[in-house]
Design a protein around this ligand. Structure first.
Ligand code: SF4
Length: 447
């Protein structure tokens, strides 16, 4: 693309979806910055807009397209590229059916973004295949992360084939990054003063199993914790059917790893879990939660529950409701099943039945979320009256208040801690006394 305006070229990236997408957005922006692009937070002044879409479920796809059109309206002159999971999965359709887009770029070889941008006038669609995994370079500057916190992606894709999930279709089979590359990135983050490294993957514990069937996750984790620096490590997403119990003693002995678990259990009814291609049931998953809490009583557990999977009955729902009630997860996300082409579960129902069940599931979801809000608020009481380090994310303008997180609150998905006090700087950590629970958030005073 030619140089514009003051001979500077401005780039705006809108990221949607999960933390893995966020890392991809960071990689693309870093790559383009090396070519002279300047990142702006104002879409209206951009020469190039990238909408990094999510294609996980129907509602995420709708949000991605809505965002695209909003940005198109905000800045009709900019070149606009649709990237990310939606572009990867539906590249050709998007290219044909979305003439308002100047380009459609898949997410399997992000290094090609520079050439794609330079060639936009000649090529509108590029859905590259994966490069040789050893050639992968993750050059990022953590531009979209919260101050003091970074995501570190240790693998791409997934070898599980959960019956409902389109992610392996979009991101492909598991490809673990080389251990040295992950450790180098962790060292860079530590040197930059990052206080919280959030490890991400579709299933952290599967790290390395694509090499010879053996997980190298604990080895990698141990090595990360040996890196110099003042940081802690958070583990995001471990598949419940392959949870490495040795991890518990490791965390107990290593204060650098936060006793925070994100285990997307999805359901408690074995009748539904089997076609989901998941091995557990209410008893097995309750047992896992008990084992974790037995070794690490102060731990925090987050889970995700899916409602409206084909065939879900009131009885199945009652089972998962009771399961959530009994296990008292600190945090829970929920979503309504989305019928995804190409997945095993797609043919388990037809569109009419699916739509009818989705409506019921949305009501069930509200009921489950009401329960969870109460549980979360009760669980948060364990922090009141105690002192914690709070990582500050932002200051509230004009007030002596800042927003941050204690270790029990993961970025983006959990509640926050509102801190009363002066002179705080985003990205720094301050010792605070927790004074009360407010909804799913905490309130604190700087000490
Ligand atoms: S573990 Fe299952 S739900 Fe998660 S990405 Fe892999 S296939 Fe999808």
């Amino acid at each position: 693309m030619p140089e514009t305006k003051d001979n500077k070229r401005y780039l705006y990236i809108e990221n949607l979806g999960c933390a893995k997408n966020q890392v991809d957005a960071e990689v693309m922006s870093r790559s383009l910055e090396k070519d002279g692009w300047i990142l702006t937070e104002d879409a209206s002044e951009a020469d190039l807009i990238i909408v990094n879409t999510c294609g996980f479920i129907e509602s995420a796809r709708e949000q991605s397209i809505d965002t695209f059109f909003e940005l198109r309206d905000v800045n009709p002159k900019a070149k606009i590229i649709v990237s990310g999971c939606l572009a990867q999965r539906y590249g050709e359709e998007l290219s044909e059916q979305l003439p308002e887009a100047d380009g459609v770029f898949g997410n399997r070889d992000l290094k090609q973004i520079n050439g794609f941008v330079d060639n936009l006038d000649r090529q509108r669609l590029l859905v590259p295949e994966y490069p040789d995994p050893d050639s992968e370079i993750y050059d990022r500057d953590h531009l979209f992360n919260y101050p003091g916190s970074a995501y570190l992606k240790i693998s791409e894709g997934c070898n599980h084939r959960c019956g409902f999930c389109a992610i392996p279709l979009i991101r492909g089979s598991l490809r673990s990054r080389k251990m040295d590359a992950v450790l180098d990135e962790a060292r860079t983050l530590a040197k930059k003063g990052i206080r919280e490294i959030n490890l991400i993957a579709q299933d952290l514990a599967a790290y390395g199993t694509d090499w010879d069937g053996k997980s190298r996750f604990l080895e990698l984790l141990q090595k990360i914790t040996e890196i110099d620096g003042d940081f802690r490590v958070r583990l995001l997403y471990i598949h419940p059917d392959a949870f490495p119990l040795e991890l518990l003693d490791m965390i107990k002995a290593n204060s650098r790893i936060l006793p925070y678990f994100d285990i997307p259990i999805q359901h408690a009814s074995a009748r539904l879990l089997r076609p989901m291609k998941r091995m557990g049931d209410s008893t097995i998953y309750t047992d896992l939660v008990s084992k974790i809490r037995k070794v690490l009583p102060e731990c925090v557990i987050r889970t995700t529950i899916m409602l409206g999977f084909p065939g879900e009955t009131e009885e199945d729902f009652n089972q998962v409701y009771d399961f959530v009630k009994a296990n008292r997860f600190n945090w829970m996300g929920s979503f309504v099943y989305s019928r995804e082409e190409g997945t095993y579960a797609y043919d388990l129902t037809d569109e009419k039945t699916h739509e009818a069940l989705s409506k019921v599931a949305a009501k069930r979801q509200k009921k489950l979320e009401r329960l969870q809000e109460k549980i979360t608020a009760e669980c948060l009481q364990q922090f009141v009256g105690k002192e914690y380090d709070v990582l500050i994310e932002e200051l509230i303008e004009g007030e002596d208040l800042a927003i941050g997180r204690i270790w029990a609150q993961a970025p983006e998905v959990d509640g926050l801690t509102v801190v009363m006090g002066r002179g705080m700087v985003p990205g720094n950590v301050y010792r605070c006394g927790i004074t009360k629970v407010n909804g799913v958030d905490l309130e604190a005073v700087r000490i």
